[in-house]
Design a binder for this molecule. Sequence first.
Ligand SMILES: Nc1ncnc2c1ncn2[C@@H]1O[C@H](COP(=O)(O)OP(=O)(O)OP(=O)(O)O)[C@@H](O)[C@H]1O
Length: 240
Amino acid sequence: MAAAHASPAAPALVLDRIGKTFTMHLQGGARLPVVRDVSFSVAPGECVVLGGPSGAGKSSVLKMIYGNYRCDQGAILVRDGSELVDAAAAEPRRIIRLRRQRVGYVSQFLRVIPRVSALAVVAQAAVAFGLPEGLAGARARDLLARLNLPERLWSLPPATFSGGEQQRVNIARGFVATHDILLLDEPTASLDAKNRAAVVDLIHERKRAGSAIVGIFHDDDVRERVADRIVDITRFAAAA
Ligand SMILES: Nc1ncnc2c1ncn2[C@@H]1O[C@H](COP(=O)(O)OP(=O)(O)OP(=O)(O)O)[C@@H](O)[C@H]1O
């Protein structure tokens, strides 16, 4: 595990020449090079939006930052208190700690947990971050209300919710803790205009609070309202 000391002015996140080639073991080991030498950094309070057409590798880059996909090359430096941790080389236990304390992630779809209510799904994320239960519950209720999830649904498990309702539970879960780094994979894809606006407000609040955000947004309007900078992933296309 690589670790070094970080200066207070350092970026929250640095990607240094990361790359990914998928190997399809069920297809005779066919190799699919996706990206290479992806390098950019994100400052506290900044929102970097990943651009590029479908299949360019935007979600793969987010998944490498979160540790869902292993990097073939490069380093992902995450500030963890006074340390800089290379998440690309970190042990699983360290990745779990980073996810709890430093890096939040809103995926495209909610992975529902059977029999757990929507309110508990959101509050549990805040408890895992370290908030006391009372405060976690209050923040969960506040977020579900801001995201216009009808109160009659809060005590129900989200398995039977509509796509947009599930996605709002997912967003509330990602925003209920105050991670230094927040990864957003098309959080507004299945939302109407009112709820897209609610998410834009949450992103602005989180930026003001100093989180470094990396997001993917296909909606041009949302992208323009939240992006400080767009990083075009096609610049890092790996040759086949
Ligand atoms: N687990 C995987 N195994 C094999 N190939 C994968 C895997 N994940 C992604 N890919 C491939 O990597 C390429 C990039 O996919 P990725 O989802 O990162 O693109 P994207 O830019 O986010 O696309 P979209 O905008 O459509 O979501 C695609 O060709 C995809 O098929």
